[in-house]
Design a protein around this ligand. Structure first.
Ligand code: FNR
Length: 352
């Protein structure tokens, strides 16, 4: 039953949530310049990519819908998105495409947030017609297509056929009528994959890297034998993906393992146009409802602005001029992939 699976995902994601756990974002530090600061009133959070403008570089990433309980969660997420003005994505709408009676558990995202930027969400097996139906139900402004092959193989009832995904994405891009954002669910998009997505005409690649919610672990937790524990560390982290694909020329979003406002700023400095959060916001909304999430998002937006003020970045795009050190395992990844980390530590060498 899809609805049982959706409820399992919420329960297991909340149980495994560990905001204090280290991840590759900790390997990204800013060179501090004591005189770089600007006035916070001159800082704007507006971000632009592919001709689209968002008032904030932060969004609520795809999670739920498809069962009564997850419909309630979608309502709370929609209210928080509306009150804070941040974009929000629906969870996978496969449940709706298979069983239209689940429509209200998704449509609540639009009912509660009539003027917001909303992303519908389908898997890469969806036909153009199904993608259109998903977009239509939410009057969605964009469509997310999720790539989750690792999750599928660990999922007892998961897919085992992935060869059609590339051509399907091209067809959807061609026929769906809204911008297409392709995302991973926590295993990351490689440079090669982002290049392929650019050639397919997608609008944004959301790198969806390792470091936060772990769907290998979640699906393994749903297996009686729990015999897939060895894939727990599969994939590339979110900062690694941003560095890997920084020269591809396709707008990138960052998601996966974003724990606090500094991670958001780090991701923007590594070239992301916007940053998505799922597990951290899910935990908040489950514990405190929409009011707690509104408080958290408002605090995050304010703190993102404060950090930008110290760094002297008047816009999210301006953060890419900051000097950033890459250390630890992330530095090793860069060495293996031929990425010159000095380019980020001293982007504009000046002559005294
Ligand atoms: C997800 N995620 C997800 N992604 C997607 O594209 N379609 C989906 O249906 C879901 N479902 C889902 C359920 C739950 C409970 C969670 C927590 C997450 C994945 C999500 O969008 C994101 O890519 C990952 O969770 C990694 O980000 P975080 O959680 O580390 O911020």
């Amino acid at each position: 039953m899809i609805s049982d699976r959706k409820n399992d995902h919420v329960r297991l994601a909340a149980e495994q949530h560990r905001p204090d756990r280290g991840n590759d974002f900790d390997d990204v530090t800013f060179i501090h310049h004591a005189l770089a600061g600007i006035d916070q009133e001159d800082v704007s959070l507006t971000t632009q990519f592919a001709g689209i403008e968002w008032g904030t570089p932060l969004y609520i990433n795809a999670m739920t819908g498809g069962s009564a309980k997850t419909g309630d969660i979608n309502r709370d997420l929609a209210i928080a998105a509306r009150e804070t003005g941040i974009p929000v994505a629906s969870g996978s709408m496969s449940a709706y495409l298979k069983d239209p009676s689940t429509a209200p558990t998704f449509k609540v995202l639009r009912d509660e947030n009539p003027a917001g930027f909303i992303m519908a969400n389908v898997n890469a097996n969806a036909t153009v017609e199904q993608a259109r139906q998903a977009v239509e139900l939410l009057a969605a402004d964009a469509l997310q297509i999720h790539l989750n092959a690792v999750q599928e193989i660990v999922m007892p009832e998961g897919d085992r056929s992935f060869a059609a995904w590339g051509p399907r994405i091209e067809e959807i891009v061609e026929g769906v009528g809204v911008p297409v954002f392709v995302k991973e669910v926590g295993f990351g998009l490689s440079r090669d994959t982002v290049l392929t997505l650019r050639k397919a005409g997608v609008t944004v690649a959301d790198v969806g890297g390792r470091g936060g919610t772990n769907f290998a672990r979640i699906e393994n937790g749903r297996r009686v034998a729990g015999d897939y524990a060895y894939v727990d560390d599969w994939g590339q982290s979110t900062p690694a993906c941003l560095l890997d694909a920084s020269d591809v020329g396709l707008p990138l979003f960052a998601s996966g393992g974003v724990r606090h406002p500094l991670d958001v700023v780090r991701a923007l400095a590594l070239g992301a146009s916007a940053v998505g959060v799922a597990g951290t916001f899910l935990k908040t909304v489950l514990e405190g409802g929409p009011d707690a999430l509104i408080t958290q998002i408002s605090a995050w937006l304010d703190q993102i602005k404060s950090i930008m003020t110290v760094l002297g970045a008047a816009t999210p795009a301006g953060l890419s001029h900051c000097e950033v050190r890459i250390c630890g395992e992330l530095r090793e990844f860069c060495a293996d992939r031929g990425i010159d980390v000095r380019r980020f530590a001293r982007p504009f060498p000046t002559v005294p």
